[in-house]
Design a binder for this molecule. Structure first.
Ligand code: NAD
Ligand code: ZN
Length: 373
């Protein structure tokens, strides 16, 4: 249809500003699909001198999965501990090692593990193709050049790091993601078998990250029909997994898909109060993401009353006792720091409460919540 001049001018004036974000272009799902990795990456091998680098959670060192990693030629497997969340300097050290070890750029990076290993792999793939140090890219859309081909293989479900366009890193000044169109994986392998060995408590904490993504997204002011459709599906799956009586395999499969949908839900919206406050806990006490979210979320009935009630039911049903008195020894200054880190996460508060959030939230209010943890 041809627009007349006046009409087309009107269209331009009303140009919208909706986000245009990338999704994972290729994904394979199914029990045993990890065995297809060799075939999947074969066409991406540039030549025998350009290796694939496998960054693998060191839980799997000496385990069966190690034998299934499809290495060839001079590929390298690097085992990495997930005891601590990823740091920018860790990314820089891996990148330097790879540059020292190989003359050619690798063909690609494969991350195998939980959110920690997935985030590290995304960041290494970006920094192998971009100048400078990782902390220079913490923020939004600072990455200039496409990352190396990178593949994500989650071994625990919940963070949504397998679908997101961010990689959360602690840097010298801040804990902040490298959010960019080049961060998202080129390929993801979803094999529920890989989650067989996850310990119960960790299963719960990382799974609750997904549940909290859903609650924060579905109750946020940024919500639109796109996010809602994913958030509602993920929430329904979480309820089946954590409140139902599913067989072990079905539960693993459903949680893996809940994680995916939960991640998709926040792509177009945002997380909220629990995540903002969990960043504060993590900064001061080094508390990890999943458990930190749980510790905060249990006290957020003023913000998410239905979600907190569901969470309490899940804790009971799964017989999880959250650690207590985590903040007992902290000083007044520590509490101030946690609150100020939390309050610096502006988009999260705006999503949770609305544009006038600064008038509705105070440092004292946050400190009183932290004191209950
Ligand atoms: P994790 O990767 O930190 O791992 C948690 C523990 O589970 C580790 O001890 C690990 O060794 C173990 N583990 C993982 N898979 C296992 C398996 N199959 N069997 C036995 N043990 C296993 O856990 P996580 O909760 O998935 O990730 C947390 C990280 O994800 C944080 O760094 C957080 O910042 C990040 N995150 C990123 C995003 C994103 O969009 N990029 C979103 C949420 C969280
Ligand atoms: Zn999260």
């Amino acid at each position: 249809m041809k627009l007349d001049k006046e009409e087309s001018t009107v269209k331009r004036i009303h140009k919208t500003d909706h986000r245009n974000f990338p999704m994972v272009p290729r994904v394979v799902y199914g029990r045993g699909s990890f065995s297809q990795l060799a075939d999947i990456i074969l066409p991406m091998r540039k030549n025998s001198e350009a290796p694939f680098i496998f960054l693998v959670d060191d839980f799997f060192e000496g385990k069966q999965l190690e034998e299934q990693i499809p290495w060839l030629f001079n590929d390298q497997i690097i085992f990495i501990s997930a005891d601590e969340e990823p740091k920018t300097e860790q990314v820089d050290a891996i990148v330097q090692k790879l540059k020292d070890d190989f003359e050619e750029l690798p063909s690609g990076i494969v991350g195998i593990g939980g959110g920690t290993l997935l985030d590290l792999s995304k960041a290494v793939a970006i920094m192998m193709a971009n100048k400078g140090l990782a902390h220079q890219y913490q923020g939004w859309d600072l990455v200039q050049r496409p990352a190396l081909y990178h593949v994500g293989v989650p071994t625990i479900s919940g963070t949504g790091a397998e679908v997101s366009r961010t990689t959360v890193l602690s840097g010298p000044e801040k804990k902040l993601g490298i959010n960019s169109d080049f961060t998202t994986f080129d390929q993801v392998v979803l094999d529920p078998d890989l989650t067989n060995t996850v310990p119960k408590e960790q299963w719960f904490y990382t799974g609750m990250d997904c549940f909290i993504h859903c609650i924060e997204s579905l109750n946020g002011t940024y919500l639109n029909a796109f996010s809602q459709s994913y958030g509602e599906k993920a929430l329904a799956l979480c309820k089946e997994v954590f409140l139902g009586d599913l067989a072990a395999q079905e539960s693993q499969e459903k949680l893996m898909m809940a994680s995916w949908h939960g991640g998709m839900s926040i792509a177009y919206s945002q997380v909220g109060v629990a995540h903002a406050m969990s960043y504060g806990l993590s900064y001061v006490l080094g508390v990890k993401h999943g458990i930190g979210n749980c510790l905060v979320f249990q006290h957020l009935e003023d913000f998410y009353s239905d979600g907190v009630a569901l969470f309490q039911q899940m804790l009971e049903k799964q017989e999880i006792d959250l650690p207590k008195e985590i903040c007992k020894e902290l000083s007044g200054h520590d509490f101030e720091t946690m609150a100020s880190i939390a309050l610096s996460m502006e988009p999260l508060w705006e999503n949770a409460i609305g544009k006038d959030w600064k008038e509705k939230i105070s440092t004292e209010q946050l400190i009183s919540i932290y004191k209950k943890i």
